[in-house]
Design a protein around this ligand. Sequence first.
Ligand code: GLC
Length: 492
Amino acid sequence: MHVLFLSPEVWPFSHVGGLSEVSHDLPLALGRAGHQVAVITPGLNINGNSSEGLKKLDIVLDVPVSYSVQRANVYLREMGKGVNAYLIGHENMFDRDGLYGNQFGDYEDNAERFVFFSRACLELAKAMDWKVDIVHANDWTTGLVPLYMRTIYKDTACLRKAASVFTVHNIGKQGVFWHYDMPLTGLGWECFTPELIEFYGKINFLKAGLVAADMITTVSDTYLRDILTQDLGFGLEGVLNSRRDRLVAITNGVDFSVWDPATDKHLAANYDAANLENKKICQTDVRRHFGLDMEGSRPVLAVLGNLLERKGTDLVAGSADEIIQMGFDLVVMGFGDNHYHDLLDAAVKRHPQNMGLWLGFETELAHKIIAGADMILMPSRYEPCGLHQMHGMRYGTVPIVRRTGGLADTVADFDQSADGNGFVFDQYSSEAMLAALSRAKDVFAAPDRWRDLILRGMNSDFSWNSAVVNYDQVYRRALELRNNVEEAPRHD
Ligand code: GLC
């Protein structure tokens, strides 16, 4: 099949969260399975920068946005077998430091930027005259695309037979804008209805994807159930329930050619399940990097990723003293709310020998931490899938997670389950988190049991293979639904 895979962030061109990694791995896995995939993503800070193997194409896209036409350049880079990345370059929209915002918050022109991007993707398909089978859009930033395919682009020859698939990686971010932005979208006011993109008097880009896509997927079984509830559906649970028959869960995988402690080039030393000795060298490396006690024998606990409430950073920042008092050394790498940066920084000042903080995201350091730590803590309030728990297990680093979304599906509790590969707690509270940490520490103190636990994780299969088979089925079903059932678009 010829698939257009549209994503706001794609590794290595941009990275904010796990979506970036998935938008790299999944297209490559689809390519290996024989599909032709065009990955389309904003070219962040790309103008004038055609290094890194990027080739500027001869075409210029004319992208209608509101009453203007925005001209976009397109850059190409081959990603792998059957997979090409197309980056959309536009100085005003994408030559910026952050993808969604900067230190002051989300950009105020995000409606315009992602209308532009969504339309640029379809204009590119048109300009290249690709015979598209599947348009696979991801998250709110591309949510308008399935609706565009039913409206503005419904007679575009190369898209006429194409079906749309929309994947929800985080329903907490929806792209909600005031109704005055309606003309920006290019859609008529007849689309501003509760059945389409109206949402409590505003416009909701994510909802557009949910109502118009032929198939909808999300990234774990438990998260699928979560978003159908009032608690975690963020106001869209009703819409999702009405499209329940189109909704499928496919758990993300991990690319083991990138995440393998036996070959990982970022590590101070390589190791595998048969020879764990070198993991200690990786730990020394992490201790040195964070200025931790070099003689220390306390377990190293890692926290990695966006420092936001939804990731449970309030629990980590609020309990840092207790975690250290319990006998852990704590390293945190990530970026998020300033408030948490300050709280964590103050905790480091209180415990300079036992706690380290790196504000930002660096791939190399992420790999070093995941290899060098003994445990990785993910106390998320909600978690669509989560990737670091899977990276951790592969590297013999035991996950301690809250039972929610993809964390619940990939980690089983060592004390409660015969095939337990980590520690799991239910309640969103410091007490529950600290109790799980304490159980982990008890097992850590018994080397044979700990080794047994580590090996279970290292031998788990989190590869993309089964996900690709499932996406293949979803694509086929989407095509069937699109081309066999002549369904009148609801707005006509
Ligand atoms: C988002 C979710 C994360 C998921 C990732 C990829 O970043 O928060 O849980 O793993 O998308 O699907």
